[in-house]
Design a protein around this ligand. Structure first.
Ligand code: CP
Length: 318
């Protein structure tokens, strides 16, 4: 792979899942593959899981890793073309990114959306400039619209958990939250499940929370959460703000929080969430702490997702 920014960079999803599970069984089998290679991890926004799991993955492959918190430690970056830099930004990405290209072999970047400027967010304005100006293979550590490392870890978790000889029913359900959140995890999960094509896929949310159809086409969309949850094998819980009326929060109705009672109509569904989670807002304590919760396993699998992706990129480095 030359980069990893969406499911469309992946030649074969099943092969990547298989590779990840092989690393889970034997983390150090390619411990010399990345010798003398350095990965830079740039964070324009906070992270716990992505930051640590990607470092561990790179180290398991023998790479050096340097983490740089651009948002809090770096010069304020400018991204606009033809700008007269008389404001607060100190350095243009056109100047900074080529320097990173001299320091690193692979670049990981986390950026978040503005949730104000839909056109700019959905063209991945920040990520694309790092790709263009660094000249490096870029790994998305979550971008304005997608979170592919999370989605790969989600599919690894579903694959290792569901052993029946039929397609699982997977339900992505909107959950309440206290603030406006990006659509990226939901977009990305939908994109990967649809591309994988090995599930019955249902998305449920209140009216006005429709996601961009480019990600959800192929899924059944229901406004009735109870109906959607019927016979589910997996329930993926996530809040997102409105896509069409961009960034708007229409409701935080607590009736959308997933509770143990709601799971009674499922096939003892396993519960997934990317974390961090607002307890007793998005998910009740009883569900999060219950036997059906996969959230810690899912976060653990972030290491193997990142390791399989990095292996694919390292083997194509010159
Ligand atoms: N799920 C996830 O990306 O977690 P972090 O924001 O902590 O990296």
């Amino acid at each position: 792979m030359k980069k990893f920014t969406s499911v469309f960079d992946v030649p074969s999803i099943p092969d990547l899942i298989e590779k990840a599970l092989a690393y889970k069984a034997n983390p150090f089998k390619d411990k010399h593959l990345g010798a003398n290679k350095t990965m830079g991890l740039l964070f324009l926004n906070p992270s716990l899981r992505t930051r640590i799991s990607t470092q561990l993955a790179a180290k398991n492959l023998g790479m050096e890793v340097i983490v740089f918190n651009v948002g809090s430690e770096g010069w304020a970056l400018e991204f606009e073309e033809e700008v007269i830099m008389s404001g607060t930004s100190v350095e243009h990405v056109k100047d900074a990114a080529p320097v990173l290209g001299k320091y690193f072999d692979i670049l990981g970047i986390r950026t978040f959306p503005s949730l104000h400027d839909k056109a700019k967010d959905y063209c991945e304005f920040f990520l694309q400039q790092f790709i263009k100006y660094s000249g490096l293979p870029v790994v998305s550590l979550e971008s304005a619209t997608l979170h592919p490392l999370q989605s790969l870890a989600d599919l690894i978790t579903i694959t290792e958990t569901f052993l029946e000889k039929r397609k699982p029913k997977i339900v992505l359900t909107w959950a309440p939250h206290v603030k406006a959140l990006p659509q990226c995890v939901a977009n990305s999960f939908a994109q990967w499940i649809n591309a994988w094509g090995q599930a019955e896929f249902v998305i449920t949310h209140p009216e006005n929370y429709e996601l961009d159809k480019q990600f959800t086409d192929g899924a059944a969309i229901l406004y009735d959460q109870k109906e959607a949850l019927k016979d589910a094998d997996f329930v993926y819980v996530k809040n997102w703000s409105a896509y069409h009326d961009y960034g708007k929060v229409y409701t935080s109705d607590p009736n959308w929080m997933l509770t143990q009672t709601k799971l009674e109509e499922t096939r003892k569904a396993k519960i997934m969430h990317c974390l961090p989670v607002r307890r007793n807002i998005e998910l009740s304590n009883e569900v999060l702490d219950g036997a059906q919760s996969l959230v810690t396993q899912q976060a653990g699998n972030r290491v193997w997702a990142a390791q399989s992706v990095l292996q694919e990129i390292i083997k194509e480095l010159k």
